[in-house]
Ligand binder design. Structure first.
Ligand SMILES: Cc1ncc(COP(=O)(O)O)c(C=O)c1O
Length: 394
């Protein structure tokens, strides 16, 4: 269908979108309404852990769709229980609550911490978060985020989220007072530009929060579910947080998220938390397929190997073109361009012929790479060749 034949004008404006309509995808490739194909290193914003239209996920979706869609969140269902079991088996957490988006899972984490503070810490409610962090688009998660400008856009904010600096333990310590209940951070700031919290900082944070009887909350909506080369990024620091949130990759493309906690932190009482679609069997069945594939023998080793391969290729390109290096973990990486040409490259890559390339500039001076976790080395080579050909035209 021609672009002008789609009733695009009925969609509410929220951002500038290119004049193409995506129609289907498979693995690392997306196809538009003109039949043009794109090598996809965005993958639904680090969402499609197993690429587009993964066979196992399709099978899970189809068979569950014939069995049961939603018995009500107030009843147990089989996929919900099976996925919760799989997540507790493969993490340091004991309890799981399912949500539909990363922001909603983070809202749940904020509520759980505040409830815990009410119960065990004299009503302490402040959660220390970080500059340039991103936790979602609800009013509370926007308030928790340290994204510049978000404090004024829908003012007034939800109070109780003082901001510290990532990788600076003194900046956290300074903010602790009697009202503090938790520290919440992304182990790798994704939207902020792929900035990892150092192993040393994560360990210092764990020590500091223990010392002051505070909860440590990791937002692994972007860094979790294999993206960082381990099932969860907190594992890279050899620490155990109290609360973790998951989103994006856990559903491999369908709306699914989760809030996990240690048993002694799971203090919700009847009616404190819920939601119509939370833990619905259709999405949790898909999540079960995703997590089963990610935890299959050898899969995460493969992610680490491909992450290492991408890292080496990006470093080589950086040296060749005089860029500022690269950073990240696993298959969440950034090429530091040293100048604000990221958005220009993104547009040129998308518009390339005959095949396009989908990249993201999380900040104007860098490119972010978040391919499918089962991307091949050949596809990484292909992406690098396409990127080089764009850089040649600048
Ligand atoms: C670390 C982090 N937390 C939360 C979110 C929000 O997730 P969602 O868009 O599913 O609400 C995002 C989305 O980019 C994220 O990267």
């Amino acid at each position: 269908m021609n672009f002008n034949e789609y009733p695009i004008e009925s969609l509410m404006y929220i951002t500038n979108r290119p004049e193409i309509v995506f129609t289907h995808g498979k693995g690392s490739w997306l196809y538009d309404n003109n039949g043009k194909r794109y090598l996809d290193f965005i993958q639904g914003w680090a969402v499609n852990s197993l690429g587009h239209c993964n066979d196992g996920m399709i099978e899970a979706l189809n068979s569950q769709a014939k069995l049961l869609l939603n018995p009500s969140p107030a009843f147990y269902n089989e996929p919900m229980a099976k996925l919760a079991g799989l997540l507790t088996q493969h993490s340091c957490f004991d309890k799981v609550f399912f949500a539909n988006s990363g922001a909603e899972a983070n809202e749940g984490a904020i509520k759980l911490a505040r409830k815990w503070g009410k119960k065990f810490k004299d009503g302490a409610f402040e959660i220390i978060t970080f500059d340039h962090s991103f936790h979602g688009r609800t009013i509370a998660t926007m308030s928790a985020s340290g994204k510049p400008g978000w404090d004024t856009i829908y003012a007034p904010q939800v109070p109780g989220f003082p901001k510290a600096d990532l990788n600076d333990i003194a900046s956290v310590e300074k903010l602790i007072n009697a009202k503090t209940v938790a520290v919440m951070l992304e182990p790798i700031q994704g939207e902020g530009g792929v900035i990892p919290a150092s192993r040393e900082f994560m360990q210092q944070l764990r020590e500091l929060t223990k010392k002051h009887n505070l909860l440590l909350i990791v937002d692994e909506v972007q860094s979790g579910c294999g993206r960082a080369g381990t099932l969860f990024a907190y594992e890279l620091s050899d620490i155990e947080p109290d609360i973790m949130t998951l989103g994006k990759g856990i559903g491999g493309g369908v709306p699914l998220a989760a809030l996990l906690s240690k048993a002694d932190v799971a203090v919700f009482e009847a009616g404190d938390q819920g939601g119509t679609y939370n833990g619905n069997p259709l999405m949790t069945a898909v999540g079960y397929s995703v997590i089963s594939q990610l935890t299959a023998p050898g899969f995460l080793e493969g992610v680490r190997a491909r992450g290492e391969y991408l890292r080496a290729k990006l470093l080589e390109l950086s040296e060749e073109r005089g860029f500022k290096g690269e950073r990240g973990e696993g298959l969440l990486r950034a090429l530091l361009l040293g100048k604000d040409i990221g958005n220009h490259i993104v547009e040129k890559a998308r518009d390339m012929q005959p095949d396009g390339l989908l990249l993201n500039a999380a900040r104007p001076n860098l490119l972010r790479f978040m391919p499918a976790l089962n991307v091949t080395n050949e596809e990484i080579d292909q992406m690098m060749a396409m990127l080089r050909s764009i850089l040649d035209t600048l």
